[in-house]
Design a protein around this ligand. Structure first.
Ligand SMILES: [Zn+2]
Length: 84
């Protein structure tokens, strides 16, 4: 559970599972509301994406405390802004 396989496919599927777990946890804590960490609005389940608060490229990790739910478009906008 603590080991972190370096293979990309494994990482992606693991993140997808993590996203489900975080989404359900937040929804339960917030009584059905899952706020987008970028814009603060509720994120419907089907558009939820998992965001690294501190990007991996800047030393972030994939632990729960560095992950948050955001809208797909908010996620994309953020990456568009930071990419140069
Ligand atoms: Zn948003």
């Amino acid at each position: 559970m603590c080991a972190y396989p370096p293979w990309r496919l494994t990482r992606l599927s693991r993140l997808a599972l993590t996203r489900e777990k975080i989404y359900k946890t937040v929804a339960r804590q917030m009584h059905g509301v899952v706020p987008c960490w970028v814009c603060g609005q509720h994120v419907p389940h089907e558009t939820a994406t998992l965001e690294h608060i501190q990007p991996l490229s800047q030393g972030g990790n994939s632990h729960l405390e560095n992950l948050a739910i955001s809208h797909e478009h908010c996620n994309n906008q953020r990456h568009a802004q930071t990419a140069s």
